[in-house]
Design a protein around this ligand. Structure first.
Ligand SMILES: [Zn+2]
Length: 405
């Protein structure tokens, strides 16, 4: 049977959480076209356990005292004694960036500059949390100001070519911090959690604490944005390299010459998302949305951008993995819910259509809703979805109630 995006042909579910081997390990953000994907998919070992679950087991055995000493050494080496910025904390004012920036400033005496790549379409809740973060924390902040035409065009193209409404955000957010570090000679960048939590290769959390390679490239020759090469974007869509630069990584030479280091606090400190949430509520009056996020059961994860719910819907279409699978798997790993509870939640909410902001988002991007639905069907891999009289049905699910189970 045909598979799209180089997905593994056989669908296997992890025995510990509720995710499958169809999840990309690293989002194939660059050199990614409609036909091709360089993503590696979540590995499930011979015991039937996924990489992310193995990482969370290994994390339980980490010597956190030793890691903490390493952390203090790193900060001591870079702490400025004249109030100059010595580190960057990228974020939105969500729970993770609140936690990261506060502890660096108030517990470890660092001088963080906070920076923000804003959402494509802010929710009121997201903007309110952002303002409170800066106000209560007394932080300085640099926010990127979108060129709306470029942002809309690239987002629209990445939906049409890759069914990836979030590519512009993901790339912008990832590449903004190194660009600012370079500009202002700030040596350290701190992200909160390591993405290994969510199933990136387990070596991330075990071996490397810095990830420079992930944040820079040799040159732009082989990069695609929105599924299109840089040259074609310039020629066919009237875009200049300056229009595109905010979405592109800095060059290897820059990151080396400026000695920029990218670190994850989750490597040094035991990072529990729920605790970061309570911390943010206490310190900055962080507010979850008063309603459940469509497609999942939670109210406080990633609630800044109206386009976010649509993004998770498209991962459900492309990989059969929606936001509930993602959230529940993580909470199972942290022992907050059982696997059976996770399975029920997936049955109830995974793949729920995100209607709340749907028309507003498509209207903004000038895409017709019927066109979007048609695109979704074109992006369904035949080995994941079966076309039936009732429409498309998953062939296999964690609850074993798929068309081919
Ligand atoms: Zn797992």
């Amino acid at each position: 049977m045909k598979t799209l995006y180089n997905l593994p042909k056989k669908i296997i579910f992890c025995k510990k959480c509720v995710t499958s081997n169809q999840r990309p390990n690293s989002y194939p953000e660059f050199n990614h076209t409609r036909e091709r994907s360089n993503a590696k998919y979540l590995n499930i070992d011979k015991y039937g356990v996924c990489d992310a679950c193995r990482v969370s087991e290994i994390k339980k055995k980490i010597d956190w005292k030793k890691r903490h000493k390493e952390f203090v050494r790193l900060l001591d080496k870079h702490r400025s004694n004249n109030k100059r910025y010595d580190c960057i904390v990228p974020g939105s004012g969500g729970k993770d960036s609140v936690y990261a920036s506060y502890i660096l400033k108030y517990e470890y005496g660092m001088n963080p500059l906070t920076i923000t790549w804003p959402p494509i379409l802010y929710t009121g809740y997201g903007y309110h949390n952002f303002l409170n973060w800066i106000k209560f924390g007394k932080f300085k902040n640099i926010s990127f100001k979108h060129n709306k035409r470029v942002m809309k065009l690239l987002t629209k193209l990445s939906i049409e070519n890759l069914l990836h409404p979030f590519q512009t955000f993901v790339l912008g957010q990832k590449n903004f911090a190194p660009a600012i570090a370079k500009k202002f000679n700030i040596p350290l960048i701190f992200y909160g959690e390591n993405e290994a939590e969510y199933g990136n290769p387990k070596k991330d959390i075990l071996v490397s604490k810095r990830e420079q390679n992930f944040f820079s490239v040799k040159n732009y020759d082989k990069i695609f944005l929105s599924g299109i090469s840089i040259n074609s974007l310039k020629e066919q869509h009237d875009l200049s390299i300056n229009d595109l630069r905010p979405f592109l990584p800095i060059l290897d030479n820059d990151i080396r010459d400026k000695k920029i280091e990218v670190h994850y606090l989750g490597y040094y400190l035991k990072w529990i998302p729920q605790e970061a949430y309570y911390y943010a509520v206490e310190k900055t009056n962080f507010k979850p949305r008063p309603f459940r996020t469509e497609g999942t059961y939670s109210k406080y994860n990633s609630i800044d951008d109206k386009i976010d719910d649509l993004h998770y819907y498209t991962t459900y279409i492309k990989y059969g993995i929606g936001r509930t699978t993602h959230d529940a798997s993580q909470e199972i790993r942290n022992n907050h819910i059982t696997r059976d509870e996770g399975k029920n939640l997936v049955k109830k909410f995974d793949g729920e259509f995100p209607k709340k902001y749907f028309n507003e988002v498509l209207d903004y991007l000038k895409i017709k809703p019927t066109k979007f639905i048609k695109l979704c069907d074109q992006f369904r891999s035949p080995h994941i979805w079966k076309k039936t009289k009732k429409g498309f049905v998953l062939r296999h699910t964690i609850n074993k109630d798929g068309a081919d189970d």
